[in-house]
Design a protein around this ligand. Structure first.
Ligand code: MLT
Ligand code: MN
Length: 308
């Protein structure tokens, strides 16, 4: 399996449009230790020709142009993007679908609750359902992904329910109670394999409970929620009132954080993704980056290439 990181940052990207933090200013000034990053997404392929995207970030158009294997080649109107799997309906996971409205087929996979959000928003009908089939993911079931015409992409998917919450823009809607660690399909983790190793993508996760650790154990390649370094980071930096927990995200550090919880869990390669612009570990020269690297972790970057 070939894997490309299309975007490594959390919602808002790095630098974020309205952020004047020292880190964002360093990114804007071209500091090599503060590399800009687009919003989280990866592309995977069994054959290097037909690609499956995990999520459709708002930056998708830019991500495609930065990734030669995703450029159209076969016909005047065509794309190597054969399918997209959505892990949730947050803006940073679905807004990129609007870039793909020019009448080229691909298959769209999502949990029923996410499909319901798309179905309820007519703007997504610009992605023509007649040529872009919407397919429901059954968590716990294993399925071989297929393109719009039903041809196998030689990639197996098993999705699992991850602790997470409904999208921010649905909070407070009647009948939609806020539970920041619900297990109801608003947030999925993904296991993908092409016959030689297992990739686990868990970029939105509110809690690393034992069930999540079991899912992650034995993965050859793990992409994990790296939103925050510490739970109160946005409050301490004076840029927000919410903790990571309130936003449905674990932190890297601390006793309940990813580094500690996964210390004894066997994983081949462990990579943080969906890293927020407030997270000091985004900066290649930070003590936090050095600490996570000492613990065997990496931080994804746009254009990162991996193989399984
Ligand atoms: C998140 O990951 O918490 C969301 O992307 C937040 C948002 O929608 O802005
Ligand atoms: Mn997000």
């Amino acid at each position: 399996m070939q894997v490309r990181v299309l975007g490594a940052a959390a919602g808002g990207g790095f630098p974020q449009w309205n952020a004047a933090s020292a880190a964002c200013r360093r990114a804007r000034n071209g500091d090599p230790a503060a590399k800009p990053a687009t919003q989280a997404s990866i592309a995977v392929s069994a054959d290097g020709r037909r690609w499956v995207l995990v999520n459709a970030a708002p930056d998708l158009r830019q991500q495609i142009e930065a990734t030669p294997p995703l450029h159209p080649q076969a016909a005047l109107r065509s794309s190597p993007i054969a399918a997209i799997v959505l892990t949730n309906a947050d803006v940073d996971a679905v807004a990129g679908l609007l870039h793909l409205r020019e009448g080229t087929p691909f298959a769209l996979y999502a949990h029923e609750r996410v499909l319901r959000v798309l179905d309820g928003n007519p703007i997504f009908d610009v992605v023509n359902r007649a040529i872009v089939p919407r397919r429901q993911i059954e968590p716990g079931g294993r399925a071989v992904l297929a393109d719009a015409a039903g041809a196998s992409l030689d990639l197996a998917l098993e999705a699992f329910l991850a602790p997470g919450k409904l999208p921010l823009y649905l909070e407070g809607q009647p009948g939609r109670a806020l539970d920041t660690a619900a297990l109801d399909g608003d947030t999925l983790g993904l296991e993908l394999d092409a016959g030689a190793g297992r990739l686990v993508y868990l970029a939105n996760c509110a809690r690393l409970d034992d069930a999540m650790l079991e899912r992650v154990a034995g993965a050859d390649l793990l992409f994990l929620d790296g939103t925050l370094w510490r739970d109160d980071e946005m409050i301490v930096q004076g840029v927000g009132a919410k903790t990571g927990r309130r936003m449905g995200h674990i932190s890297m550090s601390g006793p309940e954080g990813a580094i500690a919880r996964l210390r004894d869990v066997p994983v081949g390669r462990r990579v943080f993704i969906h890293v927020n612009n407030t997270n000091p570990a985004l900066l290649a020269d930070s003590p936090e980056r050095a600490e996570l690297e000492r613990a065997g972790w990496e931080v994804a970057f746009d254009g990162m290439e991996l193989r399984l």
